[in-house]
Design a protein around this ligand. Structure first.
Ligand code: CAA
Length: 398
């Protein structure tokens, strides 16, 4: 739980939010048929319908810059004093992805640019750090970008839970979208539920165990928050959960059923949960950005929420770190949203055949220092940034 201090009464939180996902997807019915699985296992059992697939030129840096580019004004580019890129799909063992992103976004040099990694929890660490930063630095803003490509490998149990995308959030004082409460509930414990060794381009998971840890940590944090009066269900209009696939979030939420909380409260949270998974079901797992894609999905697809409504967020990162925190919707938050553009981006993606998907998944960057020119996979106006190729072991961005 967070200690309280004198700056806690300054309102801080998410002022702007945007997302980008690559312009190719695989329909999960095609995947099911190719893998000899009943499509309903993926559509209902896992609860996903499509997954975005990233070509080599849309790596986590390009996607991060594409997510943030349209939402920043020239003034904001100067005011940002902290840039966090959260990812578990890092492109360099040493240099922070944030430095490439700073350059692509033409941000001021007067900032701290760092990368945070803790599986799917990284962006929440970034958001909390950003809130502390803007509380203690009047006049400065923080940009937090969650960017990931979820890869488990062809014909693995996790294959259906892959995806790719980035969510960018501007964190400020007096935010226009979500004011974040200073008190939050968190826990860390070393577990072997999901990991990716340095030598591997795909993750390893003990799938069922990872589900148990996710749910167990949620129950513990919920109970702790409730004991201390923060998770009062009547005061909560929605509860967002990390969504590696929509069934996972549903399993977490279900622990509040069976009389644990009042039936009317449970129904309300369940109905709102449906709006929070609209985008994720079509994008797939974007690891650390998933819960923030769920936030955007809720705000852009639910018409009954209003300013002053309180929302809970349960963030889970394998390995494992979990945090439950709360925020309040701000007056005029709907003016910060752009459902039409996001829907057009999802609907405008090109459907891949199985062989195109497998080829795109298996494509690799050169590793021997030779030059490689990549084609450009996304010519849309919302994808100005891309990886052009490799030269002398360095990524070349445009
Ligand atoms: N119709 C409807 N439902 C069906 C069905 C059918 N024809 N066939 C099967 N199902 C259901 C099953 O009953 C099961 O439902 P429940 O989970 O409610 O029991 C569901 O479909 C999944 O089927 P399986 O139990 O056979 O699961 P699986 O062996 O195929 O693996 C998985 C599923 C474990 C999630 C696997 O995809 C995986 O390992 N994923 C990666 C790990 C992961 O995402 N873990 C989540 C927690 S960790 C985390 O959140 C961090 C992160 O982002 C990675």
């Amino acid at each position: 739980m967070k200690e309280t201090n004198a700056t806690d009464n300054i309102k801080v939180g998410i002022d702007k939010i945007n997302f980008y996902t690559p312009n190719h997807y695989l329909d999960l019915v095609d995947l099911a048929e190719a893998r000899g699985v009943d499509p309903n296992k993926f559509l209902i059992g896992i609860g996903q319908s499509k997954m975005s697939v990233a070509a080599l030129d849309q790596d986590i840096v390009a996607m991060a810059a594409n997510a943030a580019e349209p939402m920043l004004t020239d003034n904001e580019r100067q005011e940002i004093g902290l840039l966090v890129v959260a990812t578990e799909s890092g492109i360099d063992q040493s240099k922070a992805a944030a430095l490439f992103v700073q350059d692509l976004l033409r941000l001021s040099a007067n900032l701290r640019a760092i990368e945070i990694k803790e599986a799917c929890y990284g962006a929440t660490a970034g958001i909390q750090l950003a809130c502390d930063y803007v509380r203690s630095h009047p006049g400065r803003k923080a940009l937090v970008i969650a960017s990931d490509i979820a890869r488990y490998g062809l014909a693995t149990p996790g294959e259906v839970t892959q995806g790719a995308g980035s969510v960018a959030m501007l964190v400020t004082r007096n935010p226009e979208i979500l004011a974040i409460e200073p008190e939050s509930f968190y826990e860390s414990r070393s577990t072997g539920d999901f990991w990716r060794p340095n030598y591997s381009t795909v993750a390893f998971a003990r799938g069922k165990f990872s589900e148990e840890v996710y749910v167990g940590m949620f129950e513990e944090l919920w109970d702790k928050a409730q004991e201390l009066g923060s998770a009062n269900p009547e005061s909560l209009q929605a509860l967002l959960l990390h969504i590696p696939f929509s069934k996972m979030g549903r399993k977490g939420l279900r622990t509040l059923g069976n009389g644990k909380i009042d039936e009317a409260d449970y129904m309300r949270l369940t109905e709102r949960f449906e709006q929070s998974i609209v985008y994720g079901k079509e994008v797939g797992n974007i690891y650390t950005g998933s819960i923030y894609l769920a936030l955007l999905s809720l705000l852009e697809n639910d018409e009954s929420l209003k300013p002053g409504d309180r929302i809970g967020l349960y963030s889970y990162g394998s390995g494992s770190v979990a945090e439950l925190y709360f925020g309040t919707l701000q007056p005029g938050y709907t003016q910060r949203l752009d459902a039409q553009t996001h829907r057009a981006m999802l609907d405008g993606r090109e459907r891949l055949s199985m062989s195109e998907y497998e080829a795109m998944f298996s494509a690799e960057l050169v590793r021997d220092g030779s030059e490689q020119d990549l084609g450009r996979s996304d010519h849309a106006a919302n994808a100005p940034h891309y990886l052009a190729g490799m030269k002398a072991h360095e990524r070349q961005y445009r």
